[in-house]
Design a protein around this ligand. Structure first.
Ligand SMILES: N[C@@H]1[C@@H](O)[C@H](O)[C@@H](COP(=O)(O)O)O[C@@H]1O
Length: 257
């Protein structure tokens, strides 16, 4: 596990985006294409801003999968993750080989089968993810299902998760936040060759500490990332502020001044 602590969230994004770009370029050079997973939410703002600025990525050789989406939320709603990825990423880079956005508005069984078939045919080279204030990975709130083999599943969103979405300004009231989502499963995320976890902000400090310094447990869903062989955490001073053991443990910790 690699932990890179930057001074600010802007520097965090620059480091994480540049690191993702390096992996995508190297993967395309080696195998001719790259399959990536992109996350959404405020945690990804700076990382995606950097990724779209990166030069020399052959985007036509990149296939993109989408981490999670609300059920029943129109694509025109400000909180729609399809809208987010279309506006903040897809419209800012040249055309990709393909992008598999999650549609949570139609026939869910059909959508789950469609996504499962396509991701099954595209082993993932790099996944960009975030961590929720409740420690969730994608929309797998605690206690997360660490066992399901399904690549995507329908999940119930707990109140802390829904409050976080409202607190970030995506919704005007708690009642407006959907109760369910389609989420990529924990096992599917863990199959990615590389995982890049971008987590800025003081409000994530407890989740970061639990994810990095607690025992692996589905009570802290993102703690499973400790078991991944090529996972890099990009933190800022604030999100890293409660870490203690990590700086002295046998980890690859890089402090950015
Ligand atoms: N569903 C999103 C994920 O795509 C994201 O990676 C993670 C971190 O969230 P945020 O960036 O809002 O803090 O959980 C969110 O709720």
């Amino acid at each position: 596990m690699k932990v890179i602590i930057s001074e600010t969230k802007e520097e965090l994004g620059q480091s994480a985006g540049a690191y993702a770009a390096m992996i995508i370029r190297d993967t395309i050079t080696r195998q001719g294409y790259a399959n990536v997973i992109l996350a959404t939410g405020t945690s990804q703002f700076e990382t995606l801003n950097q990724l779209i600025e990166e030069k020399d990525i052959e985007w036509s050789k990149v296939t993109m999968f989408h981490l999670d989406e609300y059920i029943g939320l129109p694509v025109t709603h400000p909180a729609s993750f399809r809208k987010y990825l279309s506006e903040r990423f897809l419209s800012k880079v040249p055309s990709l080989n393909a992008s598999y956005l999650i549609d949570g508005e139609g026939d869910l069984e059909k959508e789950l089968a469609y996504l499962a078939q396509n991701i099954g045919e595209h082993p993932i080279d790099v996944a960009l993810v975030g961590i929720g204030e409740n420690g969730h990975l994608a929309f797998n709130d605690p206690p997360a299902d660490f066992d399901t083999e399904s690549p995507y599943l329908v999940v119930n969103l707990d109140e802390p998760c829904r409050r976080q979405q409202m607190g970030e300004g995506w919704f005007e009231s708690l009642e407006e936040v959907p109760l369910q989502a389609i989420s990529m499963s924990v096992r599917q995320i863990m199959k990615s060759t590389h995982i890049i976890c971008s987590v800025p902000d003081e409000r994530k400090a407890v989740a970061v500490k639990n994810s990095l310094e607690s025992e692996v447990s589905n009570a802290f869903p993102a703690s499973i990332l400790q078991l991944h062989p090529h996972c890099a955490f990009f933190l800022d001073r604030e999100s890293a502020s409660l870490l203690t053991a990590i700086e002295t443990a046998n980890n690859d910790v890089e402090m950015r001044k």
